[in-house]
Design a binder for this molecule. Structure first.
Ligand code: GTP
Ligand code: MG
Length: 195
């Protein structure tokens, strides 16, 4: 796959201030520090398009990146970062909730999960809310370079997800470090945008 045209469009503090253009949007959401911004950079084959950090809580605004003039990749703040004040946490939770409730352009939701972890209540709660709201989503497991080769963590996770949520989303196993699985996500995005 050739390099994509990828441009930063805007950082918005809330859903009302987001770009108006009616093009399909692919949203990256998950706990803070799981690698959402890094994934966007990997998909776009850029190093610094989305800002990343070793410290959780880096992305605080809603960032839109326009790809090939035809779709948005959207980098949302992470949920569940413990070291924030109660007010900041509530603001981020409200921002995320409003985004999924009111952003009409959403075409595909990617829930990012650090592959090293067992299912966490905060992720299960978020995914069950999406299911309750009848919003379809896929799971992207991140940081697979940190696991031993042949690990079955993702399969175990999906089994537990199916049991707990009665839902089996499509999933991808990726690493932004060694780029494993990134082309599959990209192919999924580009196919979907034309369907
Ligand atoms: P917030 O914006 O704080 O919610 O975080 P985020 O989910 O956007 O995570 P970000 O992309 O900033 O990455 C967090 C840290 O994880 C950074 O130090 C990244 O370099 C690292 N990281 C992200 N993806 C990978 C990966 O696939 N492998 C490894 N080894 N590290 C990764
Ligand atoms: Mg980020």
């Amino acid at each position: 796959m050739n390099a994509l045209k990828a441009e930063f469009v805007s950082s918005s503090p809330n859903v009302k201030n987001c770009p108006d253009e009616l093009i399909p949007e692919y949203v990256f959401i998950g706990r803070s520090n799981v690698g959402k911004s890094s994934l966007i950079n990997s998909i776009c084959k850029r190093k610094h398009l989305a800002k990343t950090s070793g410290k959780p809580g880096k992305t605080q605004l809603i960032n839109h990146f326009k790809i090939n003039d035809s779709l948005y990749l959207t980098d949302l703040p992470g949920y569940g970062y413990a070291n924030l004040s109660k007010t900041s946490k509530k603001n981020i939770d409200n921002l995320i909730r409003d985004y999924f409730l009111y952003r009409k352009q959403i075409h595909m939701i990617f829930v990012i999960i650090d592959i090293r972890h067992d299912p966490l209540e905060i992720d299960l709660n978020f995914m069950s809310w999406l299911i309750y709201m009848e919003m379809k989503f896929s799971v992207i497991f991140s940081k697979c370079d940190k696991l031993k080769k042949g690990s079955t963590n993702a399969e175990k996770y999906m089994l537990e997800l199916t049991n707990k949520l009665n839902n089996t989303p499509k999933y991808f196993i990726t690493s932004s470090k060694n780029k494993e699985g990134i082309d599959k996500v990209l192919a999924h995005i580009t196919n979907k945008s034309y369907s």
